[in-house]
Write a protein that binds this ligand. Structure first.
Ligand code: PDD
Length: 278
């Protein structure tokens, strides 16, 4: 695989990062994951806007423009002949002797690579995903796409141990979001419920696109927090993320949701999103 690191396109085994990189020592960095379908970036503008925001919020500065980043992503897709999967981008503050304080003129580290993944015909889109709930133990600025993912790594492991494909994070009785996805429920009268964007969750790019499509389709959307009890009693539950688009959730903590199979509103939204992604 050809990867991009600080201005160079290199075979992956020739790309090296310093042991003093602040991403490695402090988790001092942010990332983005953009889907690729039919060799094309999906919702690229939304991901670039969130990237710029994350970098700004940590007081960093991108070494190249977002237009240049999109050109890098397209070249990686072409060089690696990627038709379906994701492009991963990581920005860190750069490398220097270990100190919490950083030099203002430190050149950042910018790394991008592609990863093949079946998204459109993923088995989970038909079979559904089972979810385990865990306490949300993350920091208070979840709107920044930080590379500090230890709580999510632990949550996903706990979910996998119980045969679940995603963990839903709880703040008291309320669902914040999935370990790597936005959470939704659909009520019996067909309303789509998901949290409004705030510092409590990551503002999902897929969420933004799916809600716009839902609105065009004249579905009703209610942006508000919901409890685990409400989710357990919902007609349908689903998640969105760049790496899954939209996926149905069929059980929470072992209890089947609705009919226990992917529901009609999910199916409609998934079809609309795939059409939009093309
Ligand atoms: N995760 N919430 C969290 C905590 C996430 O990590 C993600 C994405 C999302 C969905 O955002 P988007 O629709 O922009 O992908 C919500 C990526 C895919 C990851 O960490 O791999």
């Amino acid at each position: 695989r050809i990867v991009y690191l600080n201005g160079a396109f290199l075979p992956e085994n020739e790309a090296h990062i310093s042991i003093f990189d602040r991403g490695f020592l402090f988790g001092d960095g942010i990332y983005e994951v953009t889907a690729v379908l039919d060799g094309k970036l999906v919702d690229s503008d939304l991901h670039m806007a969130r990237l710029e925001r994350s970098v700004r919020e940590i007081g960093g500065r991108l070494p190249v423009s977002t237009d240049a980043i999109v050109a890098i992503e397209k070249r990686l897709i072409a060089e690696n002949a990627l038709t379906e999967g994701v492009v991963y981008l990581q920005y860190t503050r750069g490398a220097e002797d270990r100190d919490f304080l950083y030099s203002e003129d430190l050149p950042p580290t910018l790394l991008l690579f592609t990863q093949q993944k079946t998204i459109e015909h993923a088995a989970s889109a038909e079979k559904g995903i089972r979810v385990k709930t865990v306490p949300d133990q993350r920091w208070a600025r979840r709107d920044i796409k930080s590379i500090c993912l230890l709580p999510q790594v632990i949550a996903k492991r706990a979910a996998k141990d119980e045969g679940c494909g995603e963990a839903w994070m709880l703040d008291g009785d309320y669902v914040t979001e999935g370990a790597s996805s936005t959470a939704y429920l659909i009520t019996r009268d067909g309303k789509i419920i998901t949290r409004a964007n705030s510092e409590v969750t990551l503002p999902g790019c897929t969420r933004l696109a799916v809600l716009a499509l839902a609105q065009e389709a004249e579905l009703t959307i209610e942006e508000r927090p919901f409890t685990l009890a409400e989710a357990m009693d919902a007609e349908e539950i689903c998640l969105t993320s760049a790496s899954n688009f939209i996926a149905p959730i069929v059980a929470i903590d072992g209890k089947a949701i609705g009919a226990g199979t992917p529901g009609p509103i999910y199916r409609r939204l998934r079809a609309l999103y795939i059409e939009h992604a093309r």
